[in-house]
Design a protein around this ligand. Structure first.
Ligand code: HH2
Length: 264
């Protein structure tokens, strides 16, 4: 899943793709580099200093990009939003996936929308909102608590009429999580996969990767690729990334390695 942030303030690429033409070109570049999904977002959710934006502003940012992409992308488009009004515009413009970092909790109109449009949905684990989630980064058993919460959100979505086979779960690395929490969740991916839903992981360039790799952009990309390879080897279905070519190489490599006893 290639990230397309149409925002002025995203933590790693804020402002680069605010121009709709440039954003659409970047989506096509990511597809050419091997992205299987393009995730378009008009609101930053970075841990410090993200500003919540009104639905109209999010729509003003993403709609021109969706319009330019109309019919030009072969891969599905995902809309990264917590707001039903934004998701509706994107679904009308051909998006196939709603990526909701609030797991359908921020907007009561989101679950019915996803259910009636029969689109896929990413339910991500977070506590609080984009502006204050780090206040809630306290856990006794981060893996158990995230696992239980994701299972509960999947049940709630199904209760609202969403088909189970359209649900993707995401532990929400970096969202209301200190680096040690994100690392513990990465160490427990097989347990999250055992919930029975495809798992999505978004590690790309995040703070816990910076802790290991430092700020050097090349090292950060290599460390991100390492996390992605490990995630795929652990059974994760989708990795959300800024740099598609390094992710595609990592994913292909991890997927090519067969578990022991696999013959020869
Ligand atoms: N991470 C970000 C945004 N959306 N969605 C899912 N499902 N999982 C994630 O881990 C995730 C996400 C944050 O990254 P980015 O989009 O690069 O930054 P920003 O939120 O500052 O735009």
């Amino acid at each position: 899943m290639g990230v397309l942030n149409v925002t002025p303030d995203s933590f790693s690429d804020g402002g680069r793709y605010l121009d709709p033409q440039r954003a659409a070109e970047h989506a096509l570049e990511m597809e050419a580099a091997g992205a299987a999904i393009i995730d378009i977002g008009g609101e930053s959710t970075r841990p410090h200093g993200a500003r919540e934006v009104a639905a109209e502003i999010e729509i003003e940012r993403v709609a021109p990009v969706l319009k330019r992409l109309g019919g030009r992308l072969r891969v599905p488009i995902s809309i990264d939003t917590r707001k039903a009004a934004v998701a509706r515009v994107a679904l009308d413009a051909g998006a196939a996936i709603v990526n909701d970092v609030s797991a359908l909790e921020a907007d009561p109109a989101m679950a019915p929308l996803v259910a009636t449009r029969k689109c896929a949905v990413v339910l991500m684990h977070m506590r609080g909102g984009p502006a204050d989630h780090m206040k809630f980064a306290h856990y006794r058993d981060v893996v158990g608590e995230v696992e239980a919460r994701l299972a509960a959100r999947a049940r709630a979505a199904i209760g609202a009429g969403v088909t189970a086979s359209r649900i993707i779960l995401d532990p929400g690395l970096g969202f209301a999580k200190r680096p040690r929490h994100s690392l513990a969740l990465l160490g427990a991916l097989p347990r999250l996969c055992a919930l029975g839903y495809p798992i999505l992981v978004g590690a790309s360039r995040k703070g816990f990767v910076r802790v290991a790799a430092g700020r050097d952009p090349a090292a950060l990309e290599s460390a991100t690729a390492a996390v992605n390879a490990i995630a795929i080897a652990a059974g994760v279905a989708i990795v959300r990334v800024h740099d598609v070519s390094s992710a595609v190489a990592a994913v292909k490599m991890a997927a090519a390695i067969k578990p022991a006893n696999g013959g020869g």
